[in-house]
Design a protein around this ligand. Sequence first.
Ligand SMILES: [Zn+2]
Length: 237
Amino acid sequence: MIPAATPPDCPPVEQRRPLGQEELRQLATRVPPEASGQPRPGYGDRLQPSSIGWVTRAVWCVWIEPDPNPDLFSGRWRRGVDDALGRWSHELTLRRVDNPEDAQLRLWRRRPPRLGGRASWGRALLALQMVRRGGPERLEPLVEVLLDPGQRLEGLRATALHELGHGFGLWGHSDQPDDVMAASPGPSPPVDLSPRDRLTLRWLLGRPSLVGSGSPGPGSAETPASAPPPRSGPPAD
Ligand SMILES: [Zn+2]
């Protein structure tokens, strides 16, 4: 169980609005250049930044869809989700919020719709929005994670770990089956982060990102940082 949010981590959202095309274009011009020729740690070379750079944060406001009629079945979903969040919380600061409007990542207990005729246990989708939380507008990611409740606990844990990895900025897949972000997990999917998962995330967290920055209008002050995928990146299973 991750701790409930306390101010000032996740203040209430007063306003959200999608980014316009012109704002996205302006943000794209501010993406710091990547050092070329340097190998990236872990599976960093297999990750894809958005058109406005890397999208990640060290602190995330997380909302978990409650179950109005808790039973054994839904309790299993929640255990799998809590376990996966607990593993990621060793690498990131995660704060639980009770209002989905205040979240930057939302976990939904539902089966993802088929994509290209293909079914999957989970999916992560990223959007970028300008968000006001009692101060100036800032660029924030909003990640929707869909997790099918119809899995066994081990499968749920592994799926939740993997989709949360996408949500926290690992938009790509490892080529090693023992990483939670493996493109093709083995018969027993990993239920905890591998050293390569940790190494890759730590490298990612060190990239400059535009997330959390102010309005993309001219003259606005910016915290140096990388940026998340535009609007919404392609959904990742
Ligand atoms: Zn994936």
